[in-house]
Design a binder for this molecule. Structure first.
Ligand code: DWN
Ligand code: SAH
Ligand code: ZN
Length: 406
């Protein structure tokens, strides 16, 4: 198996077995076999990029029925609004600015840009969510961004001041084509800004559910800098973000165009000190993950034996890895509540646990709620105080299996 970035040798360090498409929620009557693949992760011995060893064809994941909505969390809506405001006040403050967002989803970020009357284009292959973006006044192109699409956008719209992507770049195995495309599309002096789950946080919190079909890469500053370098880019800024369980926002610019901020050297040094890409560090992570699986299954089987009820909260893409790796089905968790319309009334992939609307949570409250959307814990616990008042207990499995009384 060769590295998708540099063709170097990959060292496999974790294996989660057969897994379904994480966002392919199944219709109850659908008895056909689900698509599945081997979910295993490796690290490149040369460029240090952590990546999946098997690639799922992109059309199987991102299509008109793709259910995830960026707008489903109030914290994320605020996160994207403040990022848009910052871009408007800085990179987009010149005459007739133009910004392109890759993976714009339902337009949560670009809606602020559109409202400011700034020229923009969202690119997203998932037609259902792209239609929602268009309905709120966002210009959107339904396509997988890649080099040819970038050339086309340049021809019709001219160069971009900013190309931005949140939780999208790490979804794209063909980064080579993306980097070429962005290099073509940016004006001289323009920036490529993207934010994705951070390898350092994933290892520290043992948040193994960040590993699933859509998350092809787990980025670090070290691996991003090397990938960028191969395409004439320089890593000029990094910013740690608290969202989605710990992310880094990377800023790339053409080599020599901007002075790198001191944060870049600091994060690179911290990654070296923590030996992030060392196979021993990564194997220790895999050992911790196996322990979490055993603890979670023990807890759930013990609760079932005592007659306690446990429901899931948040039918996340991440939960596919937890449920299918741990072998958790409707016998242990009879349903999961979720606010996303396109997930409700369906079954979680692989595990086949029914997904119900948020109203099902309170009727009646379970004794325990397994929080699959742990990255939104603060927001969810704040709105579900009645669950705590009714005597309910949250179960979390990051960074270890533990109970929280709301
Ligand atoms: O990277 C990705 C991120 C951005 O979104 C994509 N590959 C797919 C997706 O991953 P996820 O499904 O793990 O993301 P979230 O944001 O952790 O999903 C939260 C889920 O919980 C959504 O289905 C919505 C639901 N939810 C809810 O039911 N009540 C969320 C909140 C905040 C709530 O209050
Ligand atoms: N940016 C949003 C959505 C993240 S989900 C947020 O952070 O909440 C990932 C999105 O990337 C999906 O909407 C998916 O359709 C889109 N995507 C996947 N491959 C893509 C590609 N090659 N070009 C543009 N968007 C892509
Ligand atoms: Zn490599």
């Amino acid at each position: 198996m060769a590295c998708r970035i540099c063709s170097g040798r990959l060292h496999r360090f974790a294996d989660f077995g057969r897994q379904p498409i994480s966002d392919a929620f199944v219709l109850p009557g659908d008895t056909g076999e689900e698509f599945s693949f081997d979910l295993a992760v490796g690290v490149c011995e040369d460029c240090t990029m952590v990546q999946l060893l098997n690639e799922v064809p992109r059309e199987r994941m991102f299509h008109d029925g793709y259910p995830y909505l960026s707008s489903g969390s109030a914290v994320m809506r605020e996160h994207f609004r403040s990022l848009a405001d910052r871009l408007l006040a800085t990179e987009l403050a010149g005459p007739d600015p133009f910004v392109v967002e890759l993976g714009c989803n339902d337009g949560t970020m670009l809606a602020t840009i559109a409202a400011a009357g700034v020229r923009h284009l969202g690119v997203d292959p998932s037609g259902g969510v792209a239609d929602l973006a268009a309905a709120r006044g966002v210009r959107v192109r339904k396509d997988f961004f890649e080099a040819a699409v970038a050339a086309d956008i340049l021809a019709f719209e001219g160069p971009a001041d900013v190309v931005y992507a949140a939780n999208t770049l790490c979804h794209i195995p063909y980064l080579d084509s993306i980097m070429k495309g962005v290099a073509t599309l940016l004006r001289p002096g323009g920036v490529f800004v993207f934010e994705d789950p951070y390898l350092g946080d994933i290892l520290e919190r043992a948040s193994f559910d960040q590993i699933y079909d859509e998350h092809f890469y787990l980025f670090s500053a070290t691996s991003v800098r090397e990938t960028a370098r191969r395409h004439g880019f320089e890593l000029v800024d990094v910013e740690r973000l608290p969202v989605h369980g710990g992310e880094v926002r990377y800023t790339l610019a053409a080599r020599g165009a901007r002075t790198p901020s001191p944060a870049v050297a600091e994060l690179l040094a911290a990654e070296e000190a923590a030996a992030l890409a060392d196979p021993r560090t990564l194997r220790a992570f895999a050992d911790r993950v196996a322990g979490i699986r055993d603890d979670l299954v023990d807890l759930l089987t013990g609760l079932r034996a005592r007659g306690a009820t446990v429901h899931g909260y948040g039918a996340t893409a991440k939960s596919a890895t937890v449920l299918n790796y741990c072998g958790i089905g409707p016998d242990l968790v009879p349903h999961i509540c979720d606010s996303t319309p396109a997930k409700q009334g369906r079954l979680a992939p692989g595990s086949r646990i029914p997904v119900r609307g948020p109203e099902a949570f309170a009727s009646p409250y379970p004794d325990y709620a397994l929080l699959f959307a742990w990255n939104h814990a603060e927001e969810i616990m704040a709105k579900e105080t009645a669950f705590r008042d009714a005597g309910g207990t949250w179960i979390l499995y990051v960074p270890d299996v533990h109970l929280v009384r709301g």
